[in-house]
Design a protein around this ligand. Structure first.
Ligand code: UD1
Ligand code: UDP
Length: 370
């Protein structure tokens, strides 16, 4: 069994599954990281104590989709020749997941797709993730869908065989992280802004389709809000992508209640979610974690492939429209009823048992084929 991943969210979502496979001695578990992300991937590997068997180390500063696709795919060929896996696991919708599936398909190796079936039905949003996920799904042999909606999306594309509704492994990761934080009793979060009992808005943003003007609009909205709400702390762990860092630093670094910090390790980050009042984000994973912790999420996207949170009433789409971000955030900060209506813990994405379910399915399939 070969797990292939390369970015922070894939690492977070595959780590508990790799642990589950490593615990079961029937599996020979190998790990290949493309290194599409370097520092943000290494943070996760270190927290979950995962040592890759193969590290392709492909990340370049300000890389293009062509760089990641071509460099990663070429290097994967050698990994397959050396490892000769019987089944490959890829997760989600990144370019690493797409090339991991493509390499396995070229080598006629079975593919298990984790977090299968999410669809926004807009091929440019999220870009290029919508199409990455679709292509990986059409190459895959085993489809692990997180929700019934995802199962239905696959059925509409005639993917009906070996589809399993198992929840999302991100909830397993979240529970693991929360448990560790509780056991340890503290994290490395030692910021002064956490000590004043102010309300806190936790922000992340990094989507390619928002680079340029939409990102500047997001920053303008945060600026307006920070001036309007001087007694609210706006905490933004800034993604390492230079296309994100440049506008964020240029437009927000002079505000005393906006805290631009480095990407946090996973335990520190989930503690930030717990401590936050509201989450403002375009991240996929955060749309899944925050509802489980009862935090309202304003989603800075025009469409989302994660409608379950929106339908449950804990997430709302605000796009990158400056006025809409300001008005929806103000409503939540000013109107307790509106806030309470959204701040309820719901868990459409799983109960922490997803990894065991996936391992059970794979175990049955492979014991039947031997
Ligand atoms: C990628 C995924 C996206 C996912 C996101 C999670 C694709 C096409 N996109 O987008 O789906 O939501 O990861 O964060 O696969 N960088 C560093 N160090 C790091 C990570 C990134 O310096 O640890 C910088 C580099 O300059 C790199 C750039 O960020 O070139 C962009 O990274 P890349 O993986 O291409 O795109 P993301 O926007 O991170
Ligand atoms: N995350 C983290 N540190 C941070 C920001 C996010 O550990 O500083 C975690 C977050 O809890 C979630 C994942 O990273 O599990 C989301 O990753 P990202 O936003 O990079 O990608 P996406 O989910 O949009 O694909």
């Amino acid at each position: 069994m070969l797990f292939i991943f390369g970015t922070r969210p894939e690492a977070i979502k595959l780590a508990p599954l790799i642990k589950e496979f490593q615990r079961r001695s029937q599996f020979d578990t190998k790990v290949c990281v493309t290194g599409q992300h370097r520092q943000m991937l290494d943070q996760v590997l270190s927290f979950f104590e995962i040592k890759p068997d193969y590290d392709l180390d492909i990340m370049q500063a300000d890389q293009t989709l062509f760089d990641v696709t071509a460099n990663g795919l070429k290097k994967l060929e050698k990994v397959f020749d050396d490892c000769k896996p019987e089944c490959v696991f890829v997760q989600g919708d990144t370019t690493t997941s797409f090339i991991g599936a493509l390499a396995a398909y070229y080598k006629k190796v079975k593919i298990a797709h984790i977090e299968a079936g999410l669809r926004s039905h807009n091929k440019y949003s999220p870009f290029p993730e919508e199409v990455n996920r679709k292509l990986a799904g059409h190459m895959a042999d085993f489809h692990f869908a997180p929700t019934e909606q995802a199962v239905q999306h696959l059925a509409l594309e005639n993917i009906r065989s070996h589809v399993y509704n198992v929840g999302n492994t991100v909830i397993d990761a979240l529970f693991l992280g929360l448990e560790q934080n509780k056991k340890k009793g503290h994290t490395k979060n030692n910021y002064d802004f956490l000590k004043n009992n102010h309300r806190m808005v936790l922000i992340t943003g990094h989507r390619r389709e928002s680079f340029g003007k939409p990102f500047e609009d997001i920053c303008e909205a945060i600026r307006t809000l920070s001036l309007r709400y001087a007694d609210v702390e706006f905490v933004y762990p800034v993604h390492l992508n230079p296309n994100v860092r440049e506008p964020v630093n240029r437009l927000l670094s002079d505000l005393s209640n906006v805290h631009l910090i480095e990407p946090l390790e996973y335990p520190e980050f989930i503690e930030m979610i717990e401590k936050s009042t509201i989450v403002l984000t375009d991240s996929g994973g955060l749309q899944e974690e925050a509802p489980s912790l009862g935090k309202p999420v304003l989603v800075m996207r025009e469409v989302t492939e994660r409608m379950e949170g929106v339908e449950a009433g804990t997430a709302k789409l605000v796009g990158t429209d400056k006025n809409l971000i300001v008005s929806e955030m103000s409503k939540l900060l000013d109107d307790k009823m509106a806030y309470d209506k959204m701040a309820k813990a719901v868990n459409p994405y799983g109960d922490g048992s997803t990894c065991a379910k996936i391992a059970d399915v794979i175990s049955t399939i492979y014991s039947n084929t031997k």
